[in-house]
Ligand binder design. Structure first.
Ligand SMILES: [Zn+2]
Length: 180
């Protein structure tokens, strides 16, 4: 049995598909949306609403006004928090390969300048030195990246906890103000 969420009448028409309309007061609503809201209310407050009763309709309206947006904000906060972590994780670069390439012109320059076997030795030394420097930069940067990931994880955890605490405190206040 369904009742109008506005006036409680059961004199309803199903206008098409999912859309319900009240023949008493003219209010229309999506059946699936109303079902979802009632499910959220039951999950968060334990209340199973009977919309034929005025107190229950009032309770639902107050919940939608005071709690729903904070509840719906949680998935958004969670995905923003997850993005912080993936952003921090994506900041890994490979400088070893980059410095190997940077070392090549110096090596070749040294090789041409010197000529012969000695030139090849300079080439090797230049490339090895640059590559080693790149590896060092990678190690330094790896520490920075790891530290940034730790920070992002901590911040993400705090963001989600703050959103959940906010919802809980609004919910506590709501349940002290509204009864069925
Ligand atoms: Zn109605």
């Amino acid at each position: 049995m369904a009742n109008c969420p506005n006036c409680g009448s059961d004199h309803l028409s199903v206008a098409g598909g999912n859309l319900n309309a009240c023949l008493e007061c003219g209010t229309s609503w999506e059946a699936a949306e109303l079902y979802q809201i009632r499910r959220i209310i039951q999950e968060l407050t334990g209340a199973s609403l009977d919309l034929a009763r005025e107190t229950d309709r009032y309770y639902m309206k107050a919940f939608m006004h005071e709690i729903l947006s904070d509840f719906e904000a949680i998935p958004t906060v969670k995905s923003a928090a997850a993005k912080l972590i993936t952003d921090a994780q994506s900041k890994k670069h490979d400088k070893t390969a980059l410095m190997f390439i940077a070392g090549l012109p110096f090596g070749i320059g040294g090789c041409i300048g010197k000529g012969g076997g000695g030139g090849f030795l300079i080439f090797l030394i230049a490339v090895i030195a640059f590559t080693a420097f790149g590896r060092l930069l990678d190690q330094v940067e790896k520490k920075d990246v790891e530290r940034d990931i730790k920070r992002a994880e901590l911040k993400a955890e705090q963001m989600v906890a703050a959103a959940q605490e906010n919802l809980q405190s609004k919910l506590d206040a709501f349940q002290q103000s509204y009864f069925l």
